[in-house]
Design a protein around this ligand. Structure first.
Ligand code: GUN
Length: 289
């Protein structure tokens, strides 16, 4: 079997194009654009690229970001950042607040995440929003898992009862991904660094979601024939190439569907950030679908 490609770039472009029309209609109806504040602290090279891409995606979709976004020096104090978040929480033109992670060592990320108004938490990281998902009443959902769910929708597969193995138990991907899939009726296993015999888990999975950030951790030969492989890993090798957590060539020979790296999950994450911003805007204006 040769896997069909889950083309995140194409799916993201389709969703963003529809969203741009929706945003244009919302602007003429309400007289203002959805607003997203993107806050970057310090000079982490990867974070600078992510933040630039997020701001550009806002421009392309009609979301106002430049007016509210800030880049702060690496020496920024936690108190200063919390003061900025309080201002953005109080600004009625700001619908979403995103503080790019990781933060410098003097700032505690949990304190920062909890300081954001849950109604403006477009990353879906606030314990309130994670709790809503756990309680089966999702509100703003974590962007990467939400994007993976959209990609799984593309397969047309009924998720009820599917054996899913998620590799990685991070707050950003693994844990909320498990909650999304549980909500969708899948049977979910979360493998992590203490898991014994990862291979045995992968070999029986109908769907593998790899989100460990370790190149080649999941061997392509372990994939069950016909399984769906969602590779969230984005690892830069010494020669500069980007690669996922799954051995792609061997996995693509066995899987039914597979996401490429790059061009799979990556473009979906930013797309769902935009979707969350539009959702938050609608909720702030009482104009929900
Ligand atoms: N760092 C890596 N991924 C993310 C993300 O999705 N949101 C934020 N805020 N920071 C990140």
């Amino acid at each position: 079997m040769t896997a069909r490609i889950l083309d995140g770039k194409a799916v993201a472009a389709r969703i963003r194009s529809t969203m741009a029309d929706e945003v244009a209609a919302l602007i003429s109806k309400h007289g203002r654009a959805p607003g997203l504040a993107v806050i970057l602290v310090g000079e982490d090279a990867a974070s600078e690229v992510y933040v630039r891409n997020k701001k550009k995606a806002c421009v392309d979709t009609g979301i106002e970001s430049a007016a509210f976004s800030q880049t702060l020096p690496a020496s920024t104090t936690q108190q200063h950042l919390l003061g900025l978040i309080a201002e953005l929480n109080a600004n009625p033109k700001v619908d979403g607040i995103l503080v790019q992670m990781p933060l410098p060592a003097q700032i505690d990320s949990e304190t920062v995440i909890e300081a954001i108004d849950p109604g403006k938490d477009v990353d879906g990281f606030h314990p309130y929003n994670v709790g809503r998902l756990a309680a089966r009443i999702p509100s703003l959902r974590s962007c990467t898992p939400y994007g993976c769910m959209k990609l799984l929708e593309e397969t047309g597969l009924d998720l009820h009862g599917q054996e899913v193995v998620i590799v990685g138990a991070s707050n950003i991907v693994g844990r909320p991904m498990a909650l999304e899939l549980l909500l969708a009726g899948a049977t979910v296993t979360v493998a992590h660094k203490f898991t014994r015999d990862l291979q045995a888990h992968i070999e029986r999975a109908d769907i593998v979601v790899a989100a460990a950030g370790k190149p080649g951790l999941v061997k392509g030969e372990w994939i069950k024939p016909g399984a769906v492989v969602i590779d969230v890993g984005i690892n830069r090798l010494n020669d500069g190439t980007l690669t996922g957590d799954v051995g792609y060539a061997a996995a693509a020979e066995r899987a039914g569907w597979i996401t490429p790296v790059p061009g799979g999950v990556g473009p979906m994450t930013i797309t769902m950030l935009l979707a969350n911003t539009v959702q938050a805007f609608r909720e702030h204006l009482g104009d929900t679908l």
